[in-house]
Design a protein around this ligand. Structure first.
Ligand code: 4AD
Ligand code: MG
Length: 462
């Protein structure tokens, strides 16, 4: 039995092959005098393999009715192509129709808008654009593991169901098995979650950080890479309610080391994609974002800018720019502010650090000024924030004080505080939004188009 060759491998042959088996989906078919040309794609490459089906095939009549979207298996000889645009083509000795298609198949040869393709998210990976996006996504996921494994980090699987709200933003999806029509109630009438499945309130995690800190306090350098969930009602091109996050956590590391790692990682991933996804990036540069390649190369080559939050506020105030949202110390930087800094002012990625404690979560290390914490956000052109991180508060009393300020009960976080009781160390980490990284690398401007099936407010189809 001949084992199948991918379209990509078939196209990369260096010599003719007498017998080869390929399988995939028909992109187009057209008739010539005594044969049919079929463009076959199996998702292994942007390019199609041209199949020549001669009228001597016993099922030629059915082959002539093949239309876009049908699945076929072809056995034949790989020969040098006479035609333009390809080196090889496959002359079929046998062509099996596995699954027919019909005229209602929505992906036709003419280009479709990303908005239309979003509505057929189950079929869009068969398009050129989305085939490229999801091959890059796969490659970058691999490169992330490679980056950390090469540097002595251990991969930790932090829980998806958790009782804590790491970011303290209250954007949690509750996980419950309570019967909504007949919930157990406390005397005051409210729902008694101590009688829920886990004996307490539980949620889908917004971040694996707290648990990663426990493991960094044992294995020194760790990372998580998994799905995170936020019930935030922001309908923007950069927010999803389910997204993937990469979170390294390092013991014996301060904010400086943390910023260095984030910069090194972003550059590593871009370099990897430039090298390993040439065909895909070529397509994005042609159809999605003409400046993509020059921007990526520019980013790889130069050190990122670093400024404090206070400096950022000063620059924004002096900018003379009309912003929709106010620029004020102790207010969050909005996307428009972030983008002005990275796109207009520095024209390169910039890491902003030392934010006011008021606008950052409880776990960040308090600076000696008593006003700011060792937070850092990495901002990139076209997107804004792609990384958020910090050095963590390793001093027990300071951390307890911070929790109280956030109306958190230290008793609920005993395990987390234990890490400060037993062999505490300065430690740091960050979260890189995987989809935002993909947007940056591909130039694709909407987060819904870099995740297979997007979850956004009001939309969880598929
Ligand atoms: O800045 P965030 O909220 O940081 C944390 O969750 C920390 N606990 C991470 C850590 O220090 N271990 O999120 C980190 C990154 C953001 O910079 C952004 O890239 C991405 O996650 N992100 C989102 N991506 C898509 N949709 C959303 N709703 C996102 N929220 C955050
Ligand atoms: Mg953030």
């Amino acid at each position: 039995m001949l084992s199948p060759t991918s379209v990509k491998d078939a196209l990369n042959q260096t010599a003719p092959v007498e017998q080869m088996l390929v399988q995939g989906w028909v992109r187009t078919r057209r008739d010539s005098k005594d044969f049919s040309f079929i463009e076959l794609n199996d998702g292994s490459s942007l390019r199609n393999l041209q199949i020549i089906a001669r009228d001597s095939l016993p099922n030629y009549a059915t082959v002539q009715r093949l239309i876009t979207g049908a699945s076929i298996i072809v056995r034949g000889a790989l020969v040098a192509s006479q035609g333009k645009g390809q080196n090889w083509e496959l002359v079929a000795d046998e062509l099996t129709i596995v699954g027919a298609s019909d005229e209602s198949y929505p992906l036709q040869k003419k280009g479709h808008t990303p908005e239309f393709l979003r509505e057929i998210a189950h079929l869009r990976p068969r398009s050129n654009l989305f085939g490229c996006v999801f091959r890059v996504r796969s490659r970058l996921a691999f490169a992330i593991h490679q980056f950390f494994q090469e540097r002595g980090f251990y991969y930790i699987h932090t829980p998806i169901i958790t009782g804590s709200d790491c970011e303290g933003a209250g954007e949690l999806f509750r996980v419950t098995s309570i019967d909504a029509t007949n919930p157990p109630r406390k005397p005051d009438g409210s729902i008694d979650y101590t009688r829920d499945f886990f004996g307490r309130s539980t949620y889908l995690t917004v971040s694996g950080q707290l648990e990663a800190e426990a493991f960094a306090s044992a294995l020194t350098k760790v990372y998580t890479f998994g799905p995170t969930f936020r019930a935030e009602n922001s309908n923007t091109s950069r927010h999803a309610n389910e997204f993937w996050m990469i979170e390294p956590e390092m013991a014996f590391t301060d904010l400086q080391g943390n910023m260095d790692l984030a910069e090194e990682m972003v550059k590593y991933l871009i370099r990897d994609a430039r090298e390993k996804c040439r065909e895909e990036l070529g397509l994005f540069a042609k159809f999605v974002d003409k400046e993509l390649l020059s921007r990526l190369d520019f980013v790889i080559d130069r050190p990122f800018q670093r400024i404090t939050y206070t400096e950022a506020i000063e620059l924004l105030k002096k900018s003379g720019e009309k912003f929709e949202f106010p620029v004020e110390y102790e207010l969050n930087l909005q996307s428009e502010h972030e983008r002005w800094l990275t796109e207009k002012h520095f024209k390169c990625p910039v890491t902003v650090f030392n934010y006011p404690k008021k606008i950052k979560p409880f776990y960040m290390r308090l600076n000696d000024d008593n006003k700011t914490v060792t937070a850092m956000d990495l901002l990139v052109p076209g997107i804004g924030e792609i990384v958020g991180g910090s050095q963590r508060e390793e001093r027990l009393e300071v951390l307890e004080e911070s929790m109280r300020r956030y109306k958190m009960d230290p008793k609920d976080y005993k395990w987390y505080l234990d890490l400060r009781r037993y062999g505490t160390v300065p430690h740091s980490g960050f979260g890189l939004g995987f989809e935002r990284m993909l947007m940056f690398v591909t130039g694709v401007s909407n987060i819904r188009d870099v995740i297979p099936f997007a979850r956004t407010p009001g939309s969880a189809e598929f």
